[in-house]
Design a protein around this ligand. Sequence first.
Ligand code: SAH
Ligand code: SF4
Length: 383
Amino acid sequence: MNQTQDTRVNLLDFDVEGIKAWCAALGEKPYRAVQLARWMHRYCADDFDAMTNLAKSFRAKLKDLAYIKAPDVITVKHSADGTRKWLFDVGNGNAVEAVFIPEDDRGTLCISTQAGCAMGCLFCSTGKQGFNRNLATSEIVGQLWYAEKTLREEAGVTDPNDRIISNVVLMGMGEPLQNLSNVVPALKLFLDDNGYGLSRRRVTVSTSGLVNQIDKLAAEAPVALAVSLHAPDDALRDKIMPVNRKHPLADLMAACRRYLKVAPRDFITFEYLMLGGINDEPRHARELIELVRTVPCKFNLITFNPFPDSDLKRPDREKVLAFAKILNDAGIVTTVRKTRGDDIDAACGQLAGEVKDRTQRAKRLIEQKRALGILPVRDAAQS
Ligand code: SAH
Ligand code: SF4
């Protein structure tokens, strides 16, 4: 077969400024670029011929030089609670997941930023898969573009101001702050009135705590920030989240305080994953109160969601509620996250997709778990 390289660009790789620059190089005026951006992101269009207010000559150029395409969908799963999970093919045997969570007053899309993750958190299904690569901007934006397009078509929504997805959280597969160069244009597009027009409060980046990159995010696209805390002291956090060995809690708290100067909300959300028998005692809650004394914050407690061979336990419901009460009594607003979509493995930490591991992560995780006493030596030796 005669294979000719496709040299066209995927327009989902650009934020609105990027589309303007690309159009300018073709001799097109900025307002033409804005019209194009609106077709793509407000109407979720991918057919240049349908963009009827663009000059025919411009449309012809677009067809020659560009295309609009999300990653292909491999599977879609529907949960009994209305949650939906798409598995997207990102090539070379890698696939990533996005999850739509409908609620009464909002529709949230949880999207992935990397094929796998290199952070190696002990409790995470994505981390267990290892890391392959960063997603391109088009692959990040494509998840939102595709989900909104599909949901609109199903619901018969045509008004560009009626959005089905009102909130976006970067809490799927991957560490968003390790892929800032591709994540920032995506965030800009989510916020742009000629893109998805979401307010900065409705776009949340969740990070395991990369301190320098938190500062970069503050400078480049300050959206709502969620920080995965998961332990009240360095000794425990070092064990379950290797990132802590490089960026200990004192540095992380300082980064949170700096972020608050530009954040769209006047608090940081701390996610705290409750792992049975590891970090779920009342004393851990009391230590947390001390830790965050100087950081205006809210807590979101997540109950550990198991996945195959996770070797970790969910804490009892009473333990979670008692933990929440200690924080709430200390004046820290604390909620317990509802588990959604666990019947289709779409709950937090269960996203695994398909990842061709380039990092030997699985082997190292076993060693970490043995050090923590979660795995008996015999099991570790067998693996
Ligand atoms: N890498 C980023 C965002 C993706 S993970 C981060 O770590 O923050 C999104 C959230 O799911 C994080 O708070 C993460 O700690 C949590 N999580 C990971 N594994 C989990 C599991 N098995 N059960 C419940 N939550 C989990
Ligand atoms: Fe990566 Fe987040 Fe999972 Fe940790 S919890 S391994 S940072 S995706």
